[in-house]
Design a protein around this ligand. Structure first.
Ligand code: PZK
Length: 283
């Protein structure tokens, strides 16, 4: 990616980049790229427009939760024009070192853990659940943020308390469940199931705010979105997240070495699915 004049690159994740500016010490520029990752690999080629679509969706969700403090800077005018549609200028927070995952449905790593132990992150669940089942109520299933390159580790609530303290852990759980339930209601009214999602929070000590919603929220990179009509009709595979890319890769790659380049068809269908999700939710 080209350098941003006046900004210093500070950190890159798989699909996003962080920049800082010396004259804005309290803020960070988060730039979403068009890169897509699956199975811990960044794939080729990029998905045109993905960064802008996911940034639009995050901003829309932030606006749906007026009672939840978020990290968007009060004045975002310093964002450079060249990345304006895929960047957020955010308050520099002290990030809480756990991923705040909420599951309304059982799948992915939660399903795997349940299958082997009957519980997820220390929460016992009814017996006999199947992959994709709705849970009796949404559950908070935190994960420890492993260093880049390592897998995040599901943890129980006691471990979360050890990592962030009891007061913060209790507040993170309450905020996560509250936002998930609000979002799930909004999405369900538009025919979208939010099966699970991951939030990140930080503290703004200077502002006296312990629990500030950060990162990107409720995007296709942080959540599983399923088609409610298909789900209710017993067809559980219809999603607007990265599942289509995962399925394509599983069919075209044995998982060894470098993944193959995505076909033009899967690139276009993935782009179209992201656009369709935003249309469904925000129109
Ligand atoms: C922060 N990340 C994840 C990694 C990205 C993003 N408000 C904040 N203040 C300070 N740090 C962060 C945030 C937020 N959100 C976010 N890591 C730190 C991350 C790589 C690229 F764009």
């Amino acid at each position: 990616m080209g350098a941003l004049a006046d900004w210093t690159h500070s950190y890159s994740g798989k699909v996003r980049d962080l920049y800082t500016r010396d004259d804005l010490p309290g803020e960070v520029l988060m730039v979403a790229s068009d890169r897509i990752s699956a199975f811990d690999h960044v794939l080729e080629p990029a998905i045109p427009g993905k960064g802008a679509l996911l940034t639009r969706l995050s901003r829309w969700w932030f606006a749906q939760f007026p009672d939840m403090p978020n990290h968007l800077a009060a004045d975002e005018s310093p964002i450079p024009d060249e990345v304006a549609d895929r960047a957020m200028l955010v308050r520099r927070l002290t990030m809480h070192p756990i991923e705040c995952v909420v599951r309304g449905y059982l799948t992915g790593s939660g399903w795997k853990e349940y299958r082997s132990t009957g519980a997820v992150c220390g929460i016992s669940l009814p017996t006999g659940l199947r992959d994709g089942d709705r849970l009796p109520e949404p559950i908070f299933t935190p994960a420890w943020k492993a260093p880049m390159g390592e897998h995040d580790e599901n943890i129980d609530f006691d471990r979360a308390v050890e990592l962030v303290g009891a007061d913060v852990a209790v507040a993170l759980r309450a905020a996560s469940l509250r936002i998930y339930m609000q979002a799930a209601d909004i999405a369900e009214a538009r025919g979208v199931i939010i099966a699970d999602t991951k939030f990140e929070f930080g503290a703004d000590e200077a502002a006296g705010e312990d629990i500030v919603l950060a990162d990107e929220v409720l995007t296709s990179d942080s959540s599983r979105f399923w088609d409610k009509a298909a789900y209710d009709a017993g067809r559980r595979g219809v999603s607007w997240d990265k599942q289509g890319v995962r399925d394509w890769l599983s069919a075209h790659w044995d998982g060894e070495g470098t993944p193959p380049a995505l076909s033009p068809e899967i690139v276009e269908s993935t782009r179209a699915r992201y656009a369709e999700l935003i249309e469904r939710l925000t129109a």
